[in-house]
Design a protein around this ligand. Sequence first.
Ligand SMILES: *Cc1c(COP(=O)(O)O)cnc(C)c1O
Ligand SMILES: [Zn+2]
Length: 475
Amino acid sequence: MREPAIATTDVTTDLAFQRCLNPDCGSTHGCDEVLTECPKCGSLLDVQYDWDRLKPPKSLTWFEQKWSRRFEPLSFSGVWRFHELLPFAKPEQVVTIGEGQTLLQHAPAVAKFVGLRGAKLYLQYEGMNPSGSFKDNGMSAAFTHAHSIGATRAACASTGNTSASLAAYCSVSKLMKAVIFIGSGKISYGKLSQALDYGALTVQIAGDFDDAMQRVREVSKELGIYLVNSVNPFRLEGQKTIMLRVLEALRWQTPDWIVVPGGNLGNSSAFGKAFMELKQLGLIDRVPRLAIINAAGSNTLYQLYEKRGLRWNGGRPDLSIADNYMAELDAAKKRASTIASAIEINRPVNLTKCLRALEFCDGVVRETTDQEILDAKAQVGAGGLGCEPASAASVAGARQLVQEGVIGPDESVVCILTGHQLKDPDATVGYHTTDQEMFNKILGSRGVKRAAYANRAVAVNNNLEEIVRAIQLYS
Ligand SMILES: *Cc1c(COP(=O)(O)O)cnc(C)c1O
Ligand SMILES: [Zn+2]
């Protein structure tokens, strides 16, 4: 085998380290430490690099040489072909299962729905990942880190996709045992089926995601199990590459907008970090604006950022605003509730990191109802390759921002479709069904009143004449 073409310099872990996000603390830690918060002050951690010594490529076009080396697993991976921009592990430590083979689809039909006259709407299909969601980008990075420090068990709390992804990395690599925590009745069967099929130990907690998240942190601390939720800073390193692939597909031109659903806010935080680093390294000269879309039934970021004025504030956000809000939620016994189960989260763990991304990318936050999400999802299905409900929040949010005039009709917009259409078939069939009882059961309870873009099945008797008549009538 030839020398791998992945390193411009000797990539070693010494040149990468973890650093506390809080500027009043700023403690640093080696990459061999397993941390999900700063041991000194409890803030989130970032993976940082000594770029002066690493000497990353001087131009993004440099990465194109990897396309001809797809026979090498690290060049094949849509995450690791950008290894020079996440050089925390040595090439031989990397665990890849072929993540990041995704598509940026130009979607003029969906652009029309969104109201983009210039038709510059692109859908970034992260559902094409091995486990069917963007989570594989981050999991490959966290798993690589876990393996490099010798972990044998990895855990996560999940609304479904993180667990599916972790379970897949464990089953393919056979390097670790997966332990997953899910809330009861809160996970779609498409996602649960993956965790079970891939052989993960699945712990179903009587509670919701926020409960499961709290428990998994306690349990992993007590048992020394490696935690792969997005409080893990290495996860976000992998998720940065979603933006690199978007730029790659646009021939390294920065779009005007990136629109992404917001749940635990790992993805939006990672996107912000990607653009901060690309700008710092002189690899881009323009930064896109970021729009993060909450579901109205779990709209913490929207409330805090748009309604209560919480800002990054140079790394010193007034977190009493967030604490007060959470206390109000608890007092009112308010739980997250939306058909978009992947973003059904009231206590986003990456809140402060996300505020930094919003600051750097001149961001906005919006909320969308389940009705708007499902209408947008139907339009994505009819004019693109389909997605799960949470993903469609990005398209519904883009539409809202165009209507408000925040996004101009001729601007270029990239919506991140975070998960595959088949993850949650109940939501899709529930929307398109002719069975009113089923519609009410799945969607009516969520305040969804109509299915304006439904493509209903046509019921006919088992009779040739009737079948022929129906096809002539409807086609
Ligand atoms: C995890 C997930 C999200 C939310 O992403 P965060 O990084 O938690 O904000 C959105 N959509 C899908 C399909 C997901 O799996
Ligand atoms: Zn600290």
